[in-house]
Design a protein around this ligand. Sequence first.
Ligand SMILES: *Cc1c(COP(=O)(O)O)cnc(C)c1O
Length: 457
Amino acid sequence: MSETIRVQLNEDEMPRAWYNIAADFSKPMPPPLGRDGKPVTAEMLAPVFPMNLIEQEVSTQRWIPIPDEVRQILYRWRPTPMRRAVGLERALGTPARIYFKDESVSPAGSHKCNTSVAQAYYNREYGIKRMTTETGAGQWGAALAMACKLMGVELRVYMVRVSFDQKPMRKMMMNTWGAECLSSPTNLTQAGRDVLAKWPDTPGSLGIAISEAIEDCVNSKNTRYGLGSVLNHVLLHQTIIGLEAKEQFKKIGRYPDIIIGCAGGGSNFAGIAFPFLADKIAGSKSPRVTAVEPSACPKMTKGVFAYDAGDVAMMTPLLPMYTLGHEYQPAAIHAGGLRYHGMAPLVSHALRQGLIDAVAIPQVECFAAAVQFAETEGLIPAPESSHAIAQAIREAKQAKEEGREKTILFNLSGNGVLDLSGYQAFKDGKLIDHIFDGDDLKKSLSCIKGLPKPPPL
Ligand SMILES: *Cc1c(COP(=O)(O)O)cnc(C)c1O
């Protein structure tokens, strides 16, 4: 008997509420702190985010309804398919079943549209006319540009200079959706002018771009800032991925033994993992849940759990998270979306409690996995997603050695059609692995020495 390869849900089976894992943690999360060491209040965040999103950020309500208008837009590409990677299974000769949730089918090509649509909606509902944001490789800028256009909100994107110069395609996508995309640092903000005066030839960085976007936001009328990962409300919006996957497994009468996601700031991993963690916390199921980070930026496997800032200029509150230090400059690996020094507080909290585990994989193994996936499944994954594929392949090979059937689920966070230069470098044998060592850590952590320490679990 043949088995379903593409597990589909109907429109009316799309979830009507997001799942908030903060409701189910048995140990409380340490709060974000201001520079004075005191917990951050909603009022302090108000110049940067609209109050309706701040309410979600601090909410401990288990289910948060997805507004009708947001669902109407998500319907355009959701529910996303869950596919069984039969070609890859065959190539590996594994008894494991490998399923993946395909988030690459969104209009901008990644999972980031799940939160960009919600964020643009809540901003417009709150009366906000204009948003600012930063983007590295351009996935987030593109996703928010699409959402802002659909919601009638203006958008300015500060794009890290090297990417702006090297990746003109995503800038063109943003422009097509009517957003302004600037090469950061600019001379439009004090933060940008300061950097340009000191280092006119700077390649830019996410830290600088965040500082510019926040400064622009707080100095402009009717403007708020949008972030594409890390924060609680962003992870909340991504849980639609895992909620759908659970329904899809129900349809085929299975449940995954292993759940895998790549992790930059933690949002697509949380999206697929948290709805399954609800069962693990309740004690009804015990899947192994693995976050995969690049060896060049191993905050969960080599970093420390500490209070740290989200950006280089320390404009954000201090977040309790696994971090390599906010001044850490990861090597220029091709998975640009995974080059972030910290991990989302919610994911960090789950790791600290042993609900999930983490592994770091070097990029050459990841690109080899991505090419094998493209050759056997047809789809060219984003370099970020290749980390999840590499771990799924490791698990499938282990299942083969042990001669055990296992059900593996991973999240395919995006497609790689605009990131082909990494594939070319891999084919040409030019990719190198950047391995982070103890000396790097000592140096990179010196910037958090004087900051408050989180309480024991
Ligand atoms: C941005 C991005 C990531 C990393 O961000 P998370 O918040 O960790 O999910 C992963 N995959 C793709 C395709 C991305 O665009």
